[in-house]
Design a protein around this ligand. Structure first.
Ligand SMILES: [Zn+2]
Length: 245
């Protein structure tokens, strides 16, 4: 009996979503540079500048691109949604990201940058690459004042949050907040590195009043335990699709 009820609920929900509640797609990208350099980024994290610009123009034709906060409010409040919305986000805070901001400004497209405050000193780095990639530093961060750009958290450093204890994660998230909250474009959203999290990290973010941002490849209808994201690299045409970072 309960399986019949579940089937009916699923069908009603599907009909509701397809007819009355359009999903909001949230896209994540990482490194965008004119050419690929294996010393500084992984192939699955990369879009060529040309391909990125084409992708944004293509998305603009299909969706109204809104900010992450606007999407969050819609996901919490909308009972009905007929327009198609999308959000752009960028993880890791590579310095090269700064070069795409003028293009996004000319297109009137908002974006949220998720950064690791540890790398703002211009010295620290994480060892995924054969050479040190350049990260956005403190002075770069101060220079970001566009109303179209917001700054979120990607962990104090780029590590697997699901491996951290609640106390370790709390310390790291608190350090992120402390470093970034005075920035005029700071927003209280936390994108887990590699999309990895645990029940403990979710609890800590809830207590700190921070919204989790996931990387689970799902579309968003209503807000539940975080905002889902899809990899924009999957749509690129200049390399085979890669994985999540
Ligand atoms: Zn990352």
């Amino acid at each position: 009996m309960s399986s019949i009820v579940n089937k009916i609920i699923k069908r009603v929900r599907k009909a509701y979503h397809s007819l009355l509640l359009s999903p909001i797609e949230v896209w994540v990208f990482h490194a965008v540079t004119p050419t690929f350099n294996p010393a500084f980024c992984l192939p699955e994290d990369w879009n060529s500048t040309l391909d990125f610009e084409r992708t944004v123009k293509k998305l603009k034709k299909k969706y109204t691109i809104i900010s992450l906060e606007e999407a969050y409010q819609k996901l919490r409040k909308d009972l009905f949604r007929f327009k198609r919305y999308a959000v752009l986000t960028c993880d890791d805070g590579f310095k090269s990201t700064l070069a795409i901001l003028p293009f996004l400004a000319s297109e009137g497209v908002p974006i949220t940058l998720f950064i690791n405050p540890k790398y703002l000193d211009g010295v620290s780095f994480r060892g995924n690459y054969t050479a040190h990639p350049e990260y956005i530093n403190e002075s770069d961060l101060k220079g970001i004042d566009s109303p179209l750009v917001t700054i979120g958290m990607h962990g104090f450093e780029h590590i697997d949050c699901s491996e951290q204890s609640a106390a370790e994660f709390r310390d790291s998230a608190t350090a992120c907040i402390k470093t970034l909250e005075t920035h005029p474009r700071f927003v209280p959203f936390f994108a887990y590195p590699w999309g990895k999290y645990s029940a403990a990290t979710q609890q800590v973010l809830m207590e700190l009043n921070i919204t989790p941002v996931l990387c689970d490849g799902a579309s968003n209808y209503r807000y539940h335990n975080g905002i889902s994201r899809k990899c924009i690299e999957a749509s690129r045409t200049d390399l085979a699709p890669g994985g999540l970072v």
